[in-house]
Design a protein around this ligand. Structure first.
Ligand code: PMP
Ligand code: GLN
Length: 414
């Protein structure tokens, strides 16, 4: 075994997907929709698969099928308010996962520090380590609202001085994830400016994971850090068709950024994966074409999906509040984190166990109640897991019947 694999053999998704498959009747764990993706996406795939153009079954351009990089450049150029060149500023990857992997391999040297905001999507830490880098963690600090109001993901904030103290001459990059998995936090303009100013001041790169860019609620705006002053040149923005079009199994992702950075991602990509499935890229390209034509209109999927998800969120928030599992209302994503500290269970305390309470609770719940979730401590580094050990994450991108079944379990708890 190579040394870089030491201590990273466990994976929360592998573990909890297995538990869910074995015990759950209702699965709100791993993040994926259980409703179908839109018809236009499936139809585009069928056309690509069985149409006249049999070249769609063969290799395509390494850095992205031409129709896809062209439409992504057009779409993202519009959103970023700048010219984006399809050939040099966009690269298609096998899901956002591979985009992240390319970034860490391309930019992080032995001993380089990478700042990670906690709670974080778990693979950031291990990917930094695999590249030989050192993760440096900075937490979002919760401010519990008084006056009995529900907590919002906006109540989890960076302490500006604490964040600034993490930047040094060893810092190579910061990884930002807005909207954030697991909390659903959508970083505000002010918060993004704080991060951007520090990146510029210390000449640090920003890897911006924006896979939930379309899933933003209550009229909030998703702001792209690459559009802030001084940031285009130092930011790689990452997206995912899996999240964008509710088809997580497709594994089509992308990176957008300046050529000076993308050229290094291309080096990693061409020597490891080479390219992502051609038919899937073609179908995603056609689906973006549709969305560009319908941009901002009520028929747009990017308008409809968040509207539907917001209703699901509101319903689940209200049902959880009714049983005393205190929800943190997410501003974005399809995840909802809830406080379980006042929720009764028969989870026995294991005095010498390092395993955080939320993890034991989530395992107990799937085994005894059939409801699968993910413990929040999975999104913290080892040293901090026990500080945030009384929250669990629910995925609400689910059919009404699935959410009702989850609610039944919660209401009939005792
Ligand atoms: N980033 C975040 C924040 C995620 O939640 C996920 C999980 N889907 C990914 C990246 C990976 O995305 P993909 O499925 O496109 O590889
Ligand atoms: N991104 C998904 C989540 O947060 C799952 C990722 C995975 O299964 N590896 O639930």
């Amino acid at each position: 075994q190579a040394r870089r694999l030491e201590g990273i053999d466990k994976n929360i998704w592998v573990e909890f997907v297995k538990l869910a498959a074995t015990y759950s009747t209702v699965n709100l764990g791993q993040g994926f929709p259980d409703f179908p993706p839109p018809d236009f996406l499936k139809e585009a795939f069928m056309r690509a698969l069985s149409g006249e153009n049999h070249m769609l079954h063969q290799y395509t351009r390494a850095f992205g099928h031409l129709p896809l990089v062209k439409i992504l450049a057009q779409f993202l150029g519009k959103l970023l308010g700048r010219d984006v060149d399809p050939m040099t500023n966009v690269m298609v990857t096998v899901g956002a996962y591979q985009a992240l992997f390319c970034c860490f391999q391309a930019f992080v040297d032995e001993g380089d520090e990478v700042i990670i905001i906690e709670p974080f999507f778990d693979c950031y830490e291990v990917m930094v380590k695999m590249a030989g880098g050192l993760p440096v963690f900075v937490p979002l600090r919760p401010k519990f609202p008084k006056d009995g109001k529900l907590m919002s993901s906006a109540d989890w904030q960076l302490d500006p001085d604490e964040l600034a103290s993490k930047f040094s001459e060893r810092t190579k990059a910061i990884i930002l994830n807005s909207p954030n998995n697991p909390l659903g936090k959508v970083f505000s303009q002010g918060e993004l400016e704080l991060i951007a100013d520090l990146c510029v001041k210390h000449d640090v790169l920003c890897i911006s994971d924006e896979v939930y860019e379309w899933l933003v609620y209550d009229g909030k705006e998703h702001i792209r850090i690459a559009s802030l002053r001084g940031m285009w040149d130092r930011t790689v923005t990452i997206g995912s068709a899996g999240k964008t079009f509710s088809a997580t199994g497709w594994k089509v992702g992308w990176t957008v950024g300046p050529n000076r950075l993308l050229q290094h991602l291309r080096t990693v990509h061409q020597n490891s994966v080479y390219h992502c499935a051609t038919v899937a890229q073609e179908a995603v390209a056609q689906s973006f074409q549709r969305e560009l034509e319908l941009f901002g209109k009520p028929e747009s999927y990017f308008v409809q999906l968040p509207k539907e998800l917001q209703q699901k969120r509101d319903w689940l928030v209200q049902r959880m509040d009714a049983v005393g599992m205190k929800p943190i209302v997410p501003e974005g994503t399809y995840f909802l984190v809830a406080d379980i500290s006042e929720f009764k269970s028969d989870v026995t305390d294991v005095p010498d166990s390092d395993e955080p309470y939320d993890s034991r609770f989530a395992k107990w719940m799937v085994k005894n109640k059939g409801l699968a979730t993910i413990p929040l401590s999975s999104f913290y580094c080892g040293a901090h897991k026990n500080k945030y050990n009384h929250f669990i994450r629910f995925c609400f991108a689910k059919e009404e019947a699935t959410l009702k079944a989850a609610n039944d379990i919660l209401q009939k708890w005792k």
